[in-house]
Design a protein around this ligand. Sequence first.
Ligand code: AMP
Length: 245
Amino acid sequence: MKKIFAILSLIALAFVGFFKGEAMATEKQTVIILLGPPGAGKGTHAVELSKKLHLPHISTGDILRENLRKQTPLGERAKTFMDVGKLVPDDLVIQMLLDRVSDTDCQKGYILDGFPRTLAQAKMLDEHLKNRGEVVTVNLSVSDDLLVERITGRLVCKKCGTPYHKVFSPPKKDSLCDRCQGELYHRDDDNEKVVKERLAVYRSQTEPLINYYKEKKGLFYEVLAAGNKSEIFENLLHTIQKSIK
Ligand code: AMP
């Protein structure tokens, strides 16, 4: 009797597992891709978009920095590229991204910040997202002078990742996060020399993705990311909301 009960339980579990897997595979996703040079405000706006749209914010830069802090093999390999403002090789970043988007919190979709950055990454993402739902790509455009000024004055919370700026958006208390009281720090690669290299890498490897997404004839928008932060955010949110309704 016990044996029959155990077999029936296993069959029931297999059925539940099958339908759950099926539901995960067929649930339509909303994926938002934020394009734009370093300092365009992708991270800042992604944090707010994530709260409004109830979708997780995935920053490949944050995941890599977490690996650096924990001194994982991935972190060790990535460090040599990140320190000098170069891109981490595609195979490493692509696998890392695929692992992250397979987490259950990404079932309904996610917001990508800093990915894709190369044509190979964009093509892999297309392949992965095929028939899975809506993809909205927004390019945040800003002039180079403003980017350098924004990046070199940037401070980030060690605990929750909230970004600040020494002049444009300072914390209430020096070096402490307004939200969680975590310690604020200046990223190693946010100095003028590395920023110039990051911008050059952006122009040669990432900027061509703007045309790639335009030519795909999917949902592609440009949002001017200079000026008042909350106005930029409202514009960005409105653009996304009207396209995913
Ligand atoms: P971010 O925080 O997006 O400015 O990224 C910081 C650094 O992480 C970049 O300068 C790259 O070295 C690396 N990185 C982040 N995302 C990617 C990506 N999608 N592909 C390659 N390297 C990346």
